[in-house]
Design a protein around this ligand. Structure first.
Ligand code: HT7
Ligand code: ZN
Length: 874
């Protein structure tokens, strides 16, 4: 197994100008006939090396002549080498594939009565022999022939040219895509669907037919996806001047899909959980995600499809940029603050951990063994943060100028991240050479802040990561201000724009006298993807909470306070672990009066301030276990879990009256997905959870069952279920039975049920997981089910997964041994929490290590797991 390196990029020896590909569909044996016009690109090259995997070769014709094996071509495990010493040729390749046996869900697969493709990154080579690389752009004509009349739709990219019933009763449909595209954007879907139709007239006057295809009986759940699509189309015209370029835009929702969605040209394929919604089955979060993912795939039409990646190392060119675009869209459509907090949580909970682990890589990786392993939070979310910094530094108008130039220069091309930054530089007459280090340097920078009499001193540290020993100083925009003793806020950067750029290892900012005892408000809005180190006292944190003007800064202060208190409890648990006589039961013992008072002060502030519901809700949320874990070395997960639980209980007691009052004040209206109602329900969810916890500590129950029965929507139902799961296990069991009775038939909703079971803190969790794997709705071949059950357990059931006897680790590894042979891509996602092995205390580390070593010796291990295990165990 040899990794590919970014530096080894060479242009393709040949191009494929046109593809005329026909499919005679059959689940066991689909016949593929692929006619290509090929042009030589590099003179002197006389072998055309086509990629091909898991294909049954039938025949090859070169310019109408039947080619002979070992004379005209050679076949090998990964493709077909054709001797071709000409500048142009027409090739006709026939092969067969077996979609029903394709459980990897990459290439063409057949499941639940429908055919579907997934070609990004390198799946087209599982359909036919091809130059399966993103810098080979071709025009496609696709013919689909099917002998099953019950498959109402035979779809592919572009415009439909023909739809005929053949004399033998088979149906033939022909599609043509006028835009040149890389093979990864090819799609074919054939199945029986219900169809929702609408239209959109673009700013250029094009009348576009919009179609959403869903499983039959689900049409009433497709409306939100359709209206999200129209909003996205309008937003991209208004914000970036980008209009749609085909007469038809199709979205198909399927139950079996490895990822969230795929931006195939004109024919997006979606995981059904990111399309289907109605109030009784989808939460506010589902509504939000659907809107943002529909937009994300739509935005790819320009950032990814019209201008694509030269090679897969450039993935962030399209993904970081498109995530940034969908984030801006969501900020405009809903609550900008709520969006930003969600984004920051993803960075702190997942991306920082990836950067600190064995898979650490820059947003533009240098070395890749299995490309599917690099669709990561680093490439996507840190990539979007890098684009966001450009947006901040160049201003929105400057950023737009850069985008305009990027499209003017590169429409129809396959380009690099450097090309993108060059357009930004040229359009703004800016020098971004140091900024570009963000593309090549991995790891999370730490910025230390010190208040030294008359100045603020900022120092950045970029620690070595497993992939890169040497680091350089980055160009870091830091939103920064100072609060004086009275709570007045002042800018302190030289230009007084509120953003200080730290471009060297260290820098100082001088402070006027009145600020020399002030309190810094730092990294507001998470202006750069860095960690901040400043030793606030608890009172200083409360000062920021009370007086900072930005709601983001207030929320961040609350998170600092909670993290600090959890650290205190963690350290005191360590003392107690070493002192067996101590009384561990009273949580208040972990804290002194001043520390308890800081929490009381926080609640008092919430009671007297008039903050919007969503801000209050966010401030009442303690950082997740995973977010906190990244701050610890030699982590003892069970001790951190106890410390987290202790603070949660203390917060529930402290906030009891506040939550009770806010719950009473709630004016419940029939469900509408509308921001003020979303904020109200978010606050309800947080308050009910804390309230039930507070009552359970007093030995009192809460009538969750009747509240659940009255809830008219899934958001409130799930809030009540989660409250019960954390505090009242009897009510939880009863509600889960009720839930299953009501929603047992709905695959998308049942994923929530599986996830709730998998994250329940109970001692018999492993036998529960066994039972759940035998449930009629569960299938190991369905990625949504695997993620909901085993993924949720591994990622979020801290107590069960980190059981001191190692049984949780063993359970997951046993499962991965089975899953890897079925679907390596999904196996490679589920393994993520185990990759953090080196950050745990030695007992936990060796328990994980022995399980991973066992997995590593498994026969026929996939490339996906091999790459991650070899780095982790190195
Ligand atoms: N470009 C698509 C995502 C995709 C993907 C995601 C995770 C693992 C493998 C993958 N192959 C393709 C969807 C998108 O980003 O819009
Ligand atoms: Zn994307």
């Amino acid at each position: 197994l040899v990794a590919k390196r970014r530096d080894d990029y060479r242009p393709s020896d040949f191009f494929i100008d046109t593809v005329d590909i026909s499919f005679i569909l059959s689940p066991e044996n689909t016949e593929v006939c692929n006619i290509m016009e090929v042009t030589r690109n590099i003179s002197g090259c006389d072998i055309l090396k086509l990629d091909g995997e898991q294909l049954n070769f039938v025949s090859l014709m070169i310019n109408g002549r039947l080619a002979k094996e070992n004379i005209d071509y050679t076949l090998h495990e990964n493709g077909l080498d054709i001797n071709l010493d000409v500048d142009h040729a027409t090739l006709e390749i026939k092969n067969t594939i077996s979609p029903i046996n394709n459980t990897s869900l990459e290439g063409l697969y057949y499941v639940s009565g429908a055919y579907c493709t997934q070609c990004e990154a390198e799946g087209f080579r599982k359909i036919t022999y091809f130059l399966d690389r993103p810098d080979v752009l071709s025009k496609y004509r696709v013919t689909i022939i099917c002998d099953r009349p019950e498959l109402t739709y035979l779809l592919s990219n572009g415009n439909k040219l023909e739809d005929t019933l053949l004399e033998d009763g088979r149906r033939k449909v022909v599609w043509e895509d006028p835009h040149r595209k890389p093979a990864y954007l090819f799609a074919l879907v054939a199945g029986h669907f219900d169809r929702l139709e609408d239209s959109f007239t673009t700013s250029e006057g094009r009348e576009v037919l919009l179609e959403v295809f869903v499983d039959s009986g689900r049409l009433h759940q497709a409306g939100h996806a359709m209206s999200s699509l129209k909003k996205a189309m309008k937003w991209d015209e208004d914000t970036f001047g980008l209009a749609y370029d085909l007469d038809r835009y199709m979205i198909v929702a399927v139950d079996f899909f490895n990822m969230g969605a795929m931006e195939n040209k004109g024919l997006n394929v979606f995981n059904s959980k990111f399309v289907l919604a109605e109030p009784k089955s989808a939460t506010d979060e589902d509504y939000f995600n659907i809107e943002s993912i529909i937009a994300h795939e739509y935005f790819h039409n320009w950032t990814g499809n019209r201008v694509t990646c030269r090679d897969w190392f450039q993935l962030s060119l399209k993904e970081g940029l498109t995530v940034f675009r969908d984030q801006r869209f969501s900020e405009d459509m809903s609550s900008a603050l709520g969006c930003r907090i969600k984004q920051v949580k993803v960075m702190r909970e997942h991306q920082f951990a990836e950067d600190a682990g064995p898979m650490s890589h820059p947003i533009r990786p240098d070395e890749v063994l299995e490309m599917n392993n690099f669709y990561t939070v680093t490439v996507y979310d840190k990539g979007a943060e890098v684009i966001r910094m450009l947006h901040t530094l160049l201003t929105p108008a400057g950023f737009r100028r850069g985008m305009d130039l990027y499209f003017a220069r590169h429409d129809g091309q396959a380009v690099t991240c450097d090309d993108f930054v060059q357009a930004m530089e040229d359009a703004n007459d800016a020098n971004l050479s140091q900024f570009k280090l963000w593309y090549s340097q991995s790891g999370t920078p730490e910025v230390k802040l010190a208040l030294e009499q008359n100045q603020l001193r900022l120092t950045q540290t970029n620690k070595p990561t497993p992939d890169q020993a040497v680091k350089q100083a980055l160009y870091i925009p830091i939103k920064l201000s100072m609060l004086d003793e009275k709570g007045l806020e002042h800018t302190v950067d030289e230009e007084h724009l509120g953003t200080f750029v730290l471009s060297q290892e260290a820098a100082t900012i001088s402070l006027p006298e009145r600020l020399q005892h002030g309190v810094p408000v730092i990294l507001t809005d998470f202006s750069a993807p860095v960690k901040i180190d400043y030793q606030y006292t608890l009172d200083e944190i409360l000062h920021v909470l009370r007086f900072a003007q930005s709601h983001y800064a207030k929320w961040d202060a609350s998170q600092m306070l909670y993290s600090r208190l959890i650290r205190l409890a963690y350290d005191s648990n360590e003392d107690n672990d070493n002192d067996n006589n101590s009384d561990n039961n009273n949580d208040n013992n972990k804290y002194n009066a001043g520390q308890i008072q800081s929490l009381t002060n926080l609640i008092e502030y919430l009671e007297q301030a008039t903050l919007p519901d969503d801000v209050v809700a966010q401030i009442l949320c303690i950082p997740s276990f995973e977010t906190l874990a990244i701050e610890y070395t030699q982590l003892n997960p069970s001790r951190l879990q106890s410390a987290h639980q202790e603070l949660t209980l203390l917060l529930a007691r402290t906030a009891k009256d506040c939550c009770e009052r806010r719950l009473k004040e709630q004016r419940v209206l029939p469900y509408r997905y509308e921001q003020s109602e979303v904020n109200r329900r978010t606050l309800f969810a947080v308050c009910i959870r804390l309230h039930v916890l507070a009552l359970s500590q007093e030995g009192k129950g809460n009538d969750l069952l009747s509240a659940y029965a009255q809830a008219d929507n899934m958001t409130d139902k799930l809030a009540l279920l989660k409250a019960a799961q954390q505090a009242d296990i009897n009510a939880f069991d009863a509600l889960m039975i009720d839930f299953e009775e009501e929603f047992g038939h709905d695959a998308v909703v049942m994923d929530k049920w599986f996830a709730l079971h998998a994250t329940a803190p109970r001692d018999d969790i492993l036998s529960r997981l066994d039972l759940l794997q035998a449930h009629s709705q569960y299938s190991v071949k369905n990625p949504n089910k695997v993620r909901a059950l085993i993924g949720s357990f591994a990622f979020y059931n801290t107590q069960g997964f980190h059981a001191a006897d190692g049984s949780g680790y063993k359970y997951v590894v046993d499962f991965l041994m089975k899953l890897d042979a079925i679907n390596p891509q999904v196996a490679s996602r589920i393994i993520t929490p185990l990759l953090q092995m080196n950050r745990y205390e030695s007992t936990y580390k060796s328990l994980i290590e022995s399980q991973l070593s066992r997995l590593f010796t498994q026969k026929n291990l996939s490339k996906d797991l091999f790459e991650k295990l070899s780095k982790t165990l190195a």
